[in-house]
Write a protein that binds this ligand. Sequence first.
Ligand SMILES: *Cc1c(COP(=O)(O)O)cnc(C)c1O
Length: 226
Amino acid sequence: MIAERLEDVRERVYKAALRSGRDPDTIAIVAVSKTHASEQITEVINAGQRILGESRVQEALEKIPMFDSSIEWHLVGHLQTNKVKYAVKLFRLIHSVDSIKLVDEVNRRSLDMDHVQPILLQVDVSGEISKHGLELPKIPQFIHHVSTLKGVKLKGLMTIPPYFDDPEEVRPYFRKLHELSKKLPKWGYPSDSKIELSMGMTHDFEIAIEEGATIVRIGTAIFGSR
Ligand SMILES: *Cc1c(COP(=O)(O)O)cnc(C)c1O
């Protein structure tokens, strides 16, 4: 069941890439396993999935040790400052860094462990006051600041747009994140480095791919409903 759904998702990613003139191999699927049990995670790993995503640090701390260390775990959910010490090094990529205060803590804990933690900056593209994500006017300063830190490596941007029944309506938000990514070098992001764009979930990942997503975070379409 999970294997078939994963295959279906891969096929849809592949087709969305081709119809937007992109190389399907440049798009990574994160299988978001939050709330799902280890049996289901084993199924998806046996079906060939190597990148998994969790949303809460506490849950991830219990699950991750149960699996082969070659599996790449990403944190996709909000990160609280008091959980940073557990998240650093545990996750190959933290998608949800959204403030200077948080990135400073990630940096401090990483340096303590002689580690360089890959992160994404979570952006609030909607301009409404969403719960998480850095507001657009604060982004240049954040990018400058990160470039001075030795314990973190910024790899790109992530967003969670507002929900619409019609996924077409989220297209402008994905486009906005893509446009924003082009300005990063101006603010100090190394101009020769790839910029990952983590956007798109079960409901809208094909549109996200058409708009330039390099990482899609998919839970329900792979694992079933939570
Ligand atoms: C749960 C979650 C997902 C996956 O959501 P689905 O709609 O089940 O695909 C993706 N990103 C984040 C940040 C999440 O919390």
